[in-house]
Design a protein around this ligand. Structure first.
Ligand code: PMT
Length: 405
């Protein structure tokens, strides 16, 4: 995807500027030719020499710094680029671009470019949440040829926690590869609630009942949905797995907690995707102390957990997607769950297939919708499966909205 591509990498003043150096290295390694343009404030955080060493090209920052091409340097830079990426993109540079304000070399080159432009915001969570910044991002996100690589959630250099961390270099690579491949942000304005991974049902302070789900499938859906422009709430018990950029994680542990979290976030959701492997049963009693071993077998009584999907109030304003993890009779069982759980779409997953189901990087699924032919997909990477599911979500949302008009 990147081989021989000219990438104009804009770096603005942010503590995250160091990540731009790693990103530049990834781009060069992937075969791209990288031209860095820095704002003046970026140079307070990282030196042009760093980028020269990584890209083999001088990093520019001044509009008129001398030399033969100076007067039209911004035009030359803009013309040469196959892709423009501003990472990190500060509130100031975002505002300049949003308002067509060609105040420095970077904003001028971006505005003068015909190439796809990816902006990767990075700033303090308060700043990121500010209506002015959000309005500018919404405005830019609506333009043809512009993509927003949403920031991640977590602890910031300033000590605050929230949304505003620059997407990780590998995430930026994935995002840019997807843009170069013609990716569209067709989920803008949508709010997806996604559940992922196993739940944990405590038996005593040291033991629990769970299952083999790792969260790979659900996290892939959350990541891809955020790339496609959705706001994503990711409800999961998989604490160790990093939250994909653009997603807000809600931590839970048990099926009961997951049910509570899903109900609490449902009102804002335009789509719910339940990819989590929710425990159907929990120990009827949780021992406060470690259960001691005795002679002979130990009986364990289990109580039924709430069926989260079946407990949801139906809504003509939401698309509800379930998964069916099956070891036999996939067609019948998936179709039964589609109807019984009032779903718009169910993803049938034969977890006995090689390379499919729990813990794998690939998956082979069949998509079922009421009154439609089932769509059997080949074995694909979990992110590709996520794209295929989200393509159907987009189509279902369009159908739903046309119906509501
Ligand atoms: O996480 P990975 O390692 O990547 O593995 C991915 C996966 C195999 C877990 C995933 O692809 C998958 O199939 N997820 C659904 C697992 C499951 O619980 O299936 P089910 O057939 O038992 O449940 C049917 C649907 O009802 C699911 O959408 C489930 O989230 C939901 N459910 C189940 C039980 C329950 N108490 N409440 C629910 O809402």
């Amino acid at each position: 995807m990147f081989v021989g591509k000219e990438v104009l990498l804009g770096v603005t003043g942010s503590i995250a500027a160091y990540k731009a150096a790693e990103f530049a290295r990834y781009l060069v390694r992937a075969g791209a030719r990288v031209q860095v343009v820095m704002t003046r404030s970026a140079k307070e955080f990282i030196t042009p020499l760093t980028f020269f060493s990584l890209t083999g090209r001088e990093a520019y920052s001044e509009m008129y710094s001398g030399g033969p091409e100076v007067a039209t340097a911004h035009i030359q830079l803009a013309r040469r680029a196959d892709l423009v990426v501003v990472a990190p993109a500060s509130a100031r540079t975002i505002a300049r671009i949003a308002h067509g304000n060609a105040e420095d070399l970077l904003s001028t080159a971006v505005i003068a470019s015909h190439a796809p432009v990816v902006l990767a915001p990075a700033m303090n969570p308060q700043m990121y949440a500010h209506p002015g910044v959000q309005n500018n991002l919404r405005e830019i996100g609506g333009w043809k040829n512009y993509w927003i690589a949403a920031p991640g959630e977590g602890e910031m250099a300033c000590g605050e926690t929230g949304l505003g961390r620059l997407a990780e270099p590998q995430e930026l690579m994935d995002f840019c590869g997807w843009v170069l491949g013609g990716g569209r942000q067709d989920l803008r304005g949508e709010h997806l609630v996604v559940t992922a991974g196993a739940t944990f049902e405590d038996l005593d302070p040291v033991r629990f009942l769970s299952n083999r789900s790792t969260g790979k499938m659900g996290f892939a859906i959350a990541k891809v949905a955020a790339m496609r422009g959705a706001k994503v709430t990711l409800i999961t018990a998989m604490k160790e797995r990093p939250v994909p950029a653009g997603c807000v994680r809600v931590d839970v542990r048990s099926a009961a907690q997951m049910a509570e979290a899903v109900h609490a976030h449902l009102a804002q959701a335009t789509t719910l995707i339940m990819s989590a492997a929710v425990a159907d049963y929990r120990p009827a009693e949780v021992s406060m102390q470690k259960i001691k071993k005795k002679e002979g077998p130990l009986g364990l009584e289990l109580a039924r957990n709430i069926d989260i999907l079946a407990s949801l109030p139906p809504s003509p304003l939401r698309i509800t997607v379930g998964f069916a993890a099956e070891t036999e009779n996939l067609m019948e069982n998936a179709q039964d769950k589609l109807v019984r759980k009032h779903l718009d779409l169910i993803v049938g997953n034969d977890v006995t297939q090689q390379g499919s189901g729990f813990g794998t990087d690939t998956n082979q699924v069949i998509l079922f919708e009421v009154g439609q032919e089932a769509i059997a997909l080949p074995l694909m990477g979990k992110e590709e499966v996520a794209h295929a599911i989200l393509d159907r979500v987009v189509a279902l949302r369009q159908k739903q909205q046309a119906h509501l008009l």
